[in-house]
Design a protein around this ligand. Structure first.
Ligand code: ADP
Length: 803
């Protein structure tokens, strides 16, 4: 191309003929003049500007051509020396552009060797590279014929770029199959026909040189131009359509990269070059810069295909959109102010340089003041209109992870994850499997629409996951290309109707469980973004499971040690209090037995008294032992009751008789108020005696100076009720709630000094409850206590009782 020769002048059409406009080269200025009408070159009649270039292409730099022209009505023939057509810097730039295209195409296909989209893009980039690096022209390259190749390559690339672009718009980011299967053949046929047409006409036009055939080539070339323009418009529209229809955030992000490329390319061309050129006839920046900016387009396409998460496209897109809107809006405001002021000034006829300066300054200040508020409004607008979904997705994601971190129960965690995953990804089914401890069994902790179809699924997943750090197990069809994964057995996956599985591991890298996901309801593949989300979730699950297990272990340990502590405490308390209890009667027994043995002169009265004491104390001792034995039976749940119909009054009298010694010993006054009637209840007589004995023993034990006990028995509703009242030390309100607890004894010093194991009331309550009755206490400290036992009467016995 460096050797391409040409006439370095600008031409224009005047009445359909070629006229010379501007002559750059000083050498050429000697031969041609502005306004010359060129009619023939080397005796070939020329009617189009391209004709001149076409003929000159056959010569080398420095050679001459004969140009026939009309100058001010006269026919002239001048000899023109051909000069270098392209500047070296321009060519270098084109080459650079071509190689960038080529390199990007190559990069994509290397990165994604198995991806059909990457291949299509690769060919598109190669075609674009050829287009920009070759441009047109048949060059005088030896050997003969080789010089034709660039033009042939160019026109072929030119015909194929549009078809490839449309093709890409149908397969990226997702295959829109139905429509394209119908469209693809005609599209590529058009490309082939057009390139054949151009190639044929071109070959025919050069050997021998034929302007006629060249015109046929030009017609083909113009058709290709239309095909090119329409296809690009169609492709862009197709991408926009895909964007509007995109169900997945990932797809939208990929398409935003494409849009960015499309916007940057044409927009910069229009705003920096086209518009300024029409207004001022010079571009805002040199053409070379525009060409460089154009390289951004293939780059954004490549990013979209290979790594759309490379940069935050949303942020780039968001900011560009905001600033584009703000600048456009403010430009309109500026133009509005200036136009309005100009109109006013013109009306009053005082248009001066000073006035115009003031107006533009005011307008600039207004625009500057408006910038920030307008930007804020636009930012809100853009966020709301275009980024709403993503915003929600982000919020959902962060909520998700914080909830995982807070959960305290693995089963609930599993349920939560399944529910949220379904909400975020809309899946056909989901399952959460965990290797439970300590039995090491696989359990399904939570699921949605999950049918366990293959018994060997977990085993298979374990085999595939192995010890590799890679987390995704799936099939190529189900996840986006570019995501690394381990290939599962297709049969097992299809049978189980699942698309993806992810193991989560404990700290020592062992598999703790699996998250199993069915296909998406939308049939879309799992995108890179989904996979990122899933990976985050899985690592959060691992941590959470480990944390929850540890917490539970600690809790169990804590409870265990607490229970042991309590037990130990109780044991020692029990031993000390019971032995203390046993000691008192034993001491009396021993003492009086000794007296009987050693006292020489002993009256009959004393003897009887001593023996009564020994008898009474032995009774107390055996009651105590009975209490302890009963308590231990109750504790172990093996205490048996033998129910029979008994008369409560009889039992009260029995108890009083057996405790006579104790009561008399301390000089108690017993106020007895028993019902005249028999109180027949279904009960275990021994147990009732034990309960009453304990109650009366307490009344004795906790009385002070006033030795008074009132015992009454009567019927209240369906119950036989016994009240045992004393005028002793009483019980504080606080203690009244606790005295029935095992081993509980009021903290009071007076009480602690008395013998007792804190078992009596516990046993009474147990007995009463076993009889479906209840025990109540009324008491005020210092005044005395009243215990009431309620025992259900024999059903239908009230009549019988009245006899
Ligand atoms: P113990 O009498 O061996 O301490 P109990 O279970 O019979 O065990 O009683 C528990 C506690 O209830 C006693 O320690 C005492 O504080 C209180 N208590 C029981 N009966 C009476 C009563 N009649 N008067 C005052 N306090 C009582």
């Amino acid at each position: 191309m460096v050797g391409k020769a040409g006439i370095n002048a600008k031409f224009y059409y005047s009445d359909g003929r070629i006229a010379v406009n501007e002559i750059q080269s000083p050498v050429l200025r000697k031969a041609l003049k502005t306004g010359d009408i060129i009619t023939a070159v080397n005796n070939y009649k020329v009617s189009r500007i391209e004709d001149v270039e076409f003929i000159c292409d056959g010569y080398s730099i420095g050679e001459t051509v004969q140009v026939n022209l009309q100058r001010s009505g006269k026919q002239l023939s001048v000899t023109v020396v051909l000069e270098t057509f392209y500047s070296v810097s321009y060519l270098a730039l084109l080459c650079f552009l071509g190689s960038i295209f080529f390199a990007i195409g190559l990069f994509v296909v290397i990165k994604r060797p198995d991806d059909n989209v990457a291949h299509i893009y690769h060919w598109l980039a190669v075609a674009a590279a050829i287009m920009s690096a070759s441009t047109w022209g048949r060059f005088t390259i030896v050997p003969f014929g080789l010089g034709y190749l660039p033009r042939l390559a160019f026109s072929t690339a030119y015909a194929f770029v549009p078809a490839l672009f449309v093709h890409l718009s149908f397969v990226f980011p997702r295959r829109k199959s139905q429509l394209f299967s119908k469209l693809s053949a005609p599209l590529y046929i058009i490309s082939i026909l057009l390139s054949l047409w151009m190639a044929g006409a071109f070959v025919a036009s050069v050997n021998p040189l034929s302007i006629n055939w060249f015109h046929k080539f030009l017609t083909g070339f113009n058709c290709t131009r239309w095909f090119f323009a329409l296809s690009i418009i169609f492709g862009v529209a197709n991408f926009i359509h895909s964007y509007l229809k995109a169900k997945e955030e990932a797809e939208r992000r990929k398409l935003r990269w494409i849009m960015l490329g499309i916007i940057i390319g044409p927009l910069s061309f229009i705003s920096l070059w086209q518009i300024p050129q029409t207004l001022t006839s010079v571009g805002l920046v040199p053409e070379e810069i525009i060409l460089l900016i154009l390289t951004i387009t293939p780059l954004t396409f490549a990013i979209s295909i290979v790594r759309y998460q490379f940069l935050d496209i949303d942020l780039i897109f968001n900011r560009s959109a905001v600033y584009f809107l703000v600048l456009s809006g403010l430009l309109i405001v500026y133009a509005g102010i200036v136009a309005a002021a100009a109109a006013v000034v013109a009306l009053i006829g005082a248009f001066t340089l000073k006035a115009s300066l003031i107006v533009s300054t005011v307008a600039a200040v207004v625009v500057a003041l408006l910038f920030e508020p307008v930007r804020r409004i636009m930012q809100k607008f853009v966020d709301k209109k275009f980024f709403h979904v993503r915003y929600n997705y982000r919020i959902a994601q962060s909520k998700f992870t914080s909830e995982i971190n807070q959960s305290l129960d693995i089963k609930r965690l599993a349920g939560f994850i399944i529910e949220k995953l379904d909400e975020l990804l809309q899946l056909r089914c989901t399952a959460f499997y965990l290797l439970t401890e300590p039995d090491k069994r696989w359990r399904l902790l939570s699921q949605k629409d999950w049918i366990y179809r293959r018994a060997d699924l977990i085993e298979h997943l374990l085999k595939i996951a192995g010890s590799s750090a890679l987390q995704i197990i799936s099939l190529a069809d189900y996840i986006e290309t570019g995501v690394e994964f381990k290939e599962a057995d297709a049969q097992i996956f299809t049978d189980s109707k699942i698309a993806l599985a992810m193991p989560f591991r404990s700290q020592n890298r062992e598999i703790d469980g699996f998250l199993i996901l069915g296909k998406k309801k939308s049939e879309a593949q799992f995108s890179m973004e989904d996979i990122d989300l899933l990976k985050t979730i899985c690592s959060q699950i691992s941590l959470a499971v480990e944390r929850i297990r540890l917490q539970q272990k600690l809790l169990i340990q804590h409870a265990e040690t607490q229970r042991l502590d309590e037990l130990n405490q109780l044991k020692s308390y029990f031993v000390s209090s019971v032995s203390h209890e046993l000691q008192t009667p034993l001491t009396s027994i021993k003492m009086f037995a000794e007296l009987l043995r050693t006292k020489k002169k002993i009256s009959q009265k004393d003897k009887t008294e001593y023996l009564e004491i020994i008898e009474g104390e032995s009774g107390r001792l055996s009651r105590l032992i009975k209490n302890v034995l009963d308590f231990s039976k109750m504790e172990r749940g093996v205490k048996e009751y033998h129910f029979a119909k008994i008369n409560l009054i009889d039992k009260i009298e029995d108890v009083l008789r057996s405790m006579k010694y104790q009561l008399d010993q301390h000089g108690y006054k017993i106020d007895l108020n028993l019902s005249e009637q028999k109180l027949i209840i279904p009960a275990d007589g021994d147990a009732i005696v034990e309960a009453l004995t304990n109650l009366i023993s307490n009344a004795i034990k906790y009385s002070r100076d006033e030795k008074y006990i009132a015992i009454s028995a009567s019927i209240e509703d369906d119950f036989a009720v016994i009240h045992v009242e004393d005028k002793g030390i009483g019980i504080s309100l606080e203690d009244q709630d606790r005295i029935f607890d095992t081993f509980y004894r009021a903290e009071d010093e007076k009480i602690q000094s008395l013998a007792g194991a804190g078992l009596g009331l516990t046993i009474i309550r147990h007995i009463v409850e076993a009889h479906n009755g209840k025990i109540e206490v009324e008491s005020s400290p210092g005044k005395g206590s009243k215990f009431s036992l309620y025992l259900p009467l024999e059903a239908g016995n009230e009549k019988h009782l009245n006899h």
